[in-house]
Design a protein around this ligand. Sequence first.
Ligand SMILES: NC(=O)c1ccc[n+]([C@@H]2O[C@H](COP(=O)([O-])OP(=O)(O)OC[C@H]3O[C@@H](n4cnc5c(N)ncnc54)[C@H](OP(=O)(O)O)[C@@H]3O)[C@@H](O)[C@H]2O)c1
Length: 254
Amino acid sequence: MIERIFPASPALSGGALDAELLREASAVPSGRSRVSFNFVASVDGAATVEGRSGKLGNPDDQHLFQLMRRTADVILVGAQTVRTEGYGGELLSAEARQWRLGHGLPERPPLAVVSGSLNLDPALEVFTNAPVRPLVVTLASAPADRREALGRMADVVLAGERTLDVGTLVAELGRRGLHRIHSEGGPTLLGTFHAAGQVDELSVTVSPLLVGGLAKRIADVLPGTPAVSPQGLELAHILKSGSMLFLRYLRPLN
Ligand SMILES: NC(=O)c1ccc[n+]([C@@H]2O[C@H](COP(=O)([O-])OP(=O)(O)OC[C@H]3O[C@@H](n4cnc5c(N)ncnc54)[C@H](OP(=O)(O)O)[C@@H]3O)[C@@H](O)[C@H]2O)c1
């Protein structure tokens, strides 16, 4: 059972907690873009075990992961997360899709994949088995033949010439009415948004594991990216189930 331990009052768990989380996530001013990220990491900060995130999670983490998708206008992921984790098919349960329809949202949010190189096979399930046409966000410098091939499977959005322009990305999604941008990573995408000062919300599941080794952290950068200043965050909630913690941080209002 997932329970909220901060704020401690009113006590919330189970279905009442889910309803409160959905209410909070829906309370985004309309017409203004908002970027949220969701990650799972071990206690020592590893974002992967054996190269993937699956072994860090559990069914409660999956439950919250799914809940966060529910209110999104678009789900944003980096290309390496698609290549490693495999995305495709339905992203939301039938219940979640029903909830969206009941709350005036399209049945499904599209998936938007960020790739500078467009090294993405159009035969990937994420394209061939997409219930709603996906987007691919790329650079003007990406090879024209790959752009053309992927353009048959997805809407190709340009956001920058040789480096990703996060402001253009957010504005282009906003122009399509996609204001609630929810990202499931990976680390390079989070690092890119952090460098651009465009992380409004960060949810992190702390998985009760000590992983060690050389696993990535949840934020990374592409080679050659200049150093950025740390960004202060404000704690919005702490949820707990067993030894797993779920932390939600927000960008401070000023
Ligand atoms: N723990 C978690 O919650 C979590 C969540 C997600 C992923 N992961 C793990 O993270 C690992 C992948 O890490 P990652 O950092 O490589 O993933 P990523 O951020 O999903 O993907 C990186 C790729 O996205 C594109 N990209 C991202 N930022 C870009 C930029 N500024 N400019 C141009 N292209 C950009 C590039 O694609 P191209 O190479 O196509 O140009 C880049 O190689 C996997 O092992 C995955 O399992 C963990």
